[in-house]
Design a protein around this ligand. Structure first.
Ligand code: PEP
Length: 256
């Protein structure tokens, strides 16, 4: 955790979820209504098809609803794409950019991810910018170099603690059940904190840095207790309300 920073527990549903799954969003939106919501923020990013109806379901809940990607342009001839303004128009508040699956499946570069984050901020959305090393990069000792390069390339110059969240997601930990040790997470997050503070001053010192990669109820408390870990980005375990809420509720013990 970072002192005086409100953690964010965020779920990325990826290409999962149909109207039937709205029951899970409803259950999460009810489950986060307690006192803990004054200290911990929560967010679900369902597929775009569910965005509008999900925000309507959460009108009276502290649960934020966001999207998983946006185009870098505000509008135009880009078949199949969704703009940041369209997300805001559906009352979405956040958008994930640069997820490793987008970087791999769609060859997204740091330069493009930065353009998407700028578009998100222009639409008054908070950009959740994902970075992280592959297994080979970790094995060859390049983790911190990769994080430095991705932070420098993907984070816009006018990023601040309100409009930007960083998500550190080691690629090899996503969807695999593998997680780095707490020491590895602490080293990566301390490094990112130093880089962000050097570049953005006070804003960098309080910018949230989430950990993502096989977070589940059984490891959430340990991972989210690490210094400079200001919440989690959760894939698989966010699809079930009970698992997502168990991870979110780990903060009642962490903050006790
Ligand atoms: C993710 O895709 O952002 C993620 C962290 O997935 P999982 O929790 O399933 O590893």
């Amino acid at each position: 955790m970072t002192p005086n920073v409100r953690p964010l527990v965020a779920g990325n549903w990826k290409m999962n979820g149909t109207r039937d799954s709205l029951d899970q969003i409803k259950a999460i939106s009810e489950g986060v209504k307690g006192d803990l919501s004054e200290k911990v923020e929560s967010l679900i990013c369902p597929p775009a098809t569910l965005l509008y109806v999900a925000t309507a379901l959460c009108e009276d809940s502290p649960l934020w609803i966001g999207a998983q990607d946006c185009h870098q342009n505000a509008s135009g001839a880009h078949t199949g794409e969704i703009s940041a303004d369209m997300i805001a128009d559906c009352f979405g508040t956040h958008v994930i950019v640069g997820h490793s699956e987008r970087r791999t499946d769609h060859a997204e570069t740091d330069h493009l991810v930065r353009a998407k984050a700028i578009a998100a901020n222009a639409a008054e959305l908070t950009a959740i910018i994902c970075i992280g090393e592959t297994a080979d990069e970790r094995k060859s000792g390049q983790t911190l170099d990769i994080l430095k390069r991705q932070l420098a390339g993907s984070v816009p110059d006018d990023a601040n603690a309100e409009n930007t969240v960083i998500a550190y997601e080691p690629v090899w930990a996503i969807g695999t059940g593998l997680t780095p040790t707490s020491e590895n997470v602490a080293e990566a997050h301390a490094f990112m904190r130093a880089e962000l503070t050097r570049r953005f001053g006070d804003e960098g010192a309080k910018m949230r840095i989430l950990y993502g990669g096989s977070v589940k109820p059984s490891n959430a408390k340990e991972l989210m207790s690490v210094d400079n870990v200001d919440g989690a980005l959760i894939g698989g375990a966010s699809l079930k309300a009970s698992d997502f809420l168990a991870i979110y509720n780990a903060y009642s013990e962490i903050l006790a």
